[in-house]
Every structure is written in structure tokens, then in C-alpha cells.
Design a protein around this ligand. Structure first.
Ligand SMILES: *Cc1c(COP(=O)(O)O)cnc(C)c1O
Length: 395
């Protein structure tokens, strides 16, 4: 059979940048043709501890020589340890492990519906979501986000989501009906352009949920796992959810996701109601435990706050120097966005030319997501690269 070679063997759903990395170390990536890049993309907020972190490499190698996978038909020691530690360090009382962010959010959605169903509120099956949000690429999660760029051509979408404008508390209140089960939100929108939800807004959502007996779901797939200087972003606000999705940074680059919940919110999820073949397997759980070993060390999160402030301050100075390129900066900790004046893809490409990797986001934002192990010296190098790029775009 002759093959049509017009289509790449890798399905072209990504517009890939022509760089092939063969090695990474800390904040640096090295290409197969001898170039070196400072990685402020971190695989989209995934390799939060940098590349080839010795403790992660050692843990993975040890576990790989022991046992990779046994299925969830059996008890899994590293998974139990991981769940215990996530519970000890968050609002949660129980954890379901899966393999990605979208799956984590699917579990959150199913849990919220099932909670209402199990307490006899079958009509309550709708979830309020926000414009500009991103929850993954499965049918449920694109339906939840409802952005045309995600949903076009994929109808019929999943019913049961009511979308309101970002930051419009009155619209949320107005959207609540007898059929509402939950409100779902990213405490800091990632793909939407590093938009932190103000503390008062999260408090307001918590109050609405309590008043109407709804569950509050936080999507911390991107903003969680240390990024903001807290293990989870909502801990900055003191507002706790009932259910939360985590992934990305959780495995430091090894695929793992998790749905964390209170006992009450999880009460509908009895035996056989949900599952995952790979979810929380020994290899994935061992690596996630190694990530926690590092993040829970004394001073780690304080250092994220400190480095975040340092980077933000330097960016503000650059914004002052290049007002024709940078409109401003925003974000929390080491989850920062540069609001561009020129097209953000232009700045992102220019940064890459100068050796710095970044991630574009909506709202003309260039995201800076350095590894949380970044040094001040490396931040200074990045700032020089950004300054050089801005200068090139000014002339
Ligand atoms: C990346 C992301 C997801 C989806 O995660 P995948 O691992 O790509 O499925 C969900 N929610 C948020 C906020 C994300 O940033």
C-alpha cells in the first residue's frame, strides 16, 4: 500500500518549533546541533524542578528497576504515600490519581455530578465555568471551557456547562439555578493569559457555593505545585475548594494527574464508579513523591516567592525602559506574564532567537514559567535576553 506522504507521521495538531532538544540540565536545554537555551517554558509549567533533577532521576531509576505497573486492582505503596502527603498538605481528605490534567478535571466533573446525584439532587448536574478558561482537550473539558478555538467542529458538545464572563460576580449569581451542581475555576488562568482571580472573588464564589449548596472546584493543573509560591495557588487566598484538579508540575515531567477532594464532596464516588488503568502506578507515584520531597523541604516555597519577586521587579524595570514593547507584567510567584504591545508571538520568537524559551498565552501574553530551582544569576541572564529582544523590537 502506498502511503500519502502529505501528512506527517506525527499528526500535525501542533505548529511545532524547529528545535530538537537532546539533553537538559537544571534550567538549560541543549539541542542536537549544539545550541543552548534557558528554559522559561518548563514544558508548560511541568518541569518545575528543572531538567534531570538528581533526586528525580535517582528515584525514577530505582523504581524502574523494581516495579513499574501493577494496575489499581492491587494496593500501591507509592500511591498511598503520595495520597497521604497531598492530604497532609492541602484541604483534601482523599485523592484519585490519573495521568493528565484533562483526566484530573474529568474526575472533578464526574465527582461533582455524582455528589449531587448521591444525595438525591439528580437535577443538579450543571457546572458554572468562566470565559477564557482552559481545562483540557477531552469532550467534557472542551465543553466546560467552551472557547470556540477548542470546540469548533467537535459538536455535539457535552451539555451541562454554563459559561459566564471572567470576573463577573453578578453573572455567576444570575447563572445559579435549581440545576446547578458546582462552580469550576482556575485560581490563576494559565492559557487565558496569566489572569489571577482576586482573593475577594474566590471568597465570593465560596460564599455562593455555601449559600446554594454547590461544590467549588479549582483547576490547579497549571497554577498548582509550587508555581505561585504556595504548594497550591488558592492557599494564597485562604479560600478552600471542595474538589481540585492537579497535574502538570505534579510529576516534574512524568505524566501524572490527581483529583483531590474533601470526604463530603467525594461521598458519591464509591467502588467501581470511576477508574484508570495507569492512574497512580508505582513509577508515576514514586516520581511525584520525589517532587514532593523537594517542594516540601524547608525554604523551597519561600525561595519561589523570593525569586518570583526578583524576576517581577526586573520585568517591571524593563517595561519602563521599553514601553513600546511591554505594556506591563502580571502573575504570582514564578508564574508570570508579559503583556505585549506588539504581537506576543513576535516577542516569543525574538526571545528564542536570543536563547530564552517562553510560552505564548491568550490576551497577547508571553508566559514566563522558569523552573522553581532557578538562581538569581540565571534570572539576570534571562532579563538580559529579554532586554536585548525588546531593544531589537524597538528599532
Ligand atoms: C494544561 C491544563 C489542563 C490540561 O492538562 P493536560 O495534561 O494537557 O490534559 C487543564 N487545566 C489547566 C488549567 C491546564 O493548564
Amino acid at each position: 500500500m502506498t502511503k500519502n506522504e502529505a501528512i506527517p507521521t506525527v499528526l500535525p495538531v501542533y505548529n511545532r518549533i524547529d528545535l530538537v532538544f537532546e539533553r537538559g540540565e537544571g534550567a538549560w536545554l541543549y539541542t542536537n546541533d549544539g545550541r543552548k537555551f534557558l528554559d522559561f517554558a518548563s514544558g508548560i509549567a511541568v518541569t518545575g524542578l528543572g531538567h534531570a533533577h538528581p533526586h528525580l532521576v535517582e528515584t525514577l531509576q530505582k523504581q524502574a528497576a523494581r516495579v513499574w505497573h501493577v494496575s489499581n486492582l492491587f494496593r500501591i505503596d507509592p500511591l498511598e504515600r503520595l495520597a497521604d502527603r497531598l492530604v497532609a498538605n492541602s484541604f483534601a481528605e482523599t485523592v484519585f490519581a490519573c495521568n493528565s490534567g484533562a483526566e484530573a478535571m474529568e474526575a472533578c466533573i464526574k465527582m461533582a455530578r455524582r455528589f449531587q446525584w448521591a444525595r438525591g439532587q439528580q437535577r443538579r448536574n450543571r457546572i458554572i465555568t468562566f470565559e477564557g478558561s482552559f481545562h483540557g482537550r477531552t469532550m467534557a473539558t472542551i465543553s466546560a471551557a467552551g472557547e470556540t478555538r477548542l470546540t469548533e467542529g467537535f459538536a455535539p458538545l457535552l451539555d451541562g456547562f454554563d459559561r459566564v464572563p471572567f470576573g463577573d460576580h453578578d453573572a455567576v449569581r444570575a447563572a445559579i439555578t435549581e440545576e446547578t451542581a458546582a462552580i469550576m475555576i482556575e485560581p490563576v488562568q494559565g492559557e487565558g493569559g496569566i489572569r489571577p482571580v482576586p482573593k475577594e472573588c474566590l471568597q465570593g464564589l465560596r460564599e455562593l457555593c455555601d449559600e446554594h449548596d454547590l461544590l467549588l472546584i479549582f483547576d490547579e493543573v497549571q497554577c498548582g505545585m509550587g508555581r505561585t509560591g504556595k504548594l497550591f495557588a488558592h492557599q494564597l487566598s485562604g479560600v478552600t475548594p471542595d474538589i481540585m484538579g492537579s497535574a502538570k508540575g505534579l510529576g516534574g515531567g512524568f505524566p501524572i494527574g490527581a483529583c483531590l477532594a474533601t470526604a463530603r464532596a467525594a461521598s458519591g464516588m464509591t467502588t467501581s464508579t470511576h477508574g484508570s488503568t495507569f492512574g497512580g502506578n508505582p513509577l508515576a507515584s514514586a516520581v511525584a513523591n520525589a517532587v514532593l520531597d523537594v517542594m516540601l523541604e524547608d525554604g523551597f516555597l519561600d525561595r519561589v516567592v523570593e525569586r518570583g519577586r526578583y524576576l517581577a521587579r526586573k520585568l517591571e524595570t524593563l517595561a519602563g525602559t521599553f514601553p513600546g514593547v511591554i505594556a506591563g507584567t502580571r502573575g504570582e510567584g514564578l508564574m508570570l506574564g508579559i503583556k505585549c504591545i506588539a504581537p506576543h508571538l513576535e516577542l516569543s520568537a525574538k526571545l528564542r532567537e536570543n536563547g530564552l524559551l517562553s510560552v505564548p498565552a491568550a490576551d497577547n501574553i508571553v508566559r514566563l514559567l522558569p523552573p522553581m530551582t532557578i538562581s538569581e544569576e540565571e534570572i539576570d541572564i534571562a532579563i538580559d535576553m529579554i532586554g536585548e529582544s525588546c531593544r531589537a523590537m524597538t528599532t
